[in-house]
Ligand binder design. Sequence first.
Ligand SMILES: [Cu+2]
Length: 124
Amino acid sequence: MQRKIAYFLTLAALVLVLSACGGNDTKSGNNSSASEETYSQEVVIKASNWEFDQKEYALPKDTPVKLTLENLSGAHGIEVVGQDIAIRGNKSKVITLPAGTYEVRCSIMCGQGHSDMIAKIVVS
Ligand SMILES: [Cu+2]
């Protein structure tokens, strides 16, 4: 009888240890994805048919910034010319740029005004 109790206690302890490990795994996973999302500010670019809400967007240099594209009308994307930065649809991306002026264009063929959808990102 005592052996059976000892067996169950061991089993219970094992289950506790295993579930604790599982919990830690999930936590560390969350932490690492959170650190990738660390940024100092968010810049929202609003796109509609067929323009961006601003001609220029100011960003701080060498600083992670969350760049968000919001489609108010139509389906648009953005690409930063000469950089490996592209966002399609209503999404965000954390980017870091050195000082400079960058051209932003719509990256989705969205209709007659597509080629007019150009803005600047000024990083300083
Ligand atoms: Cu377009």
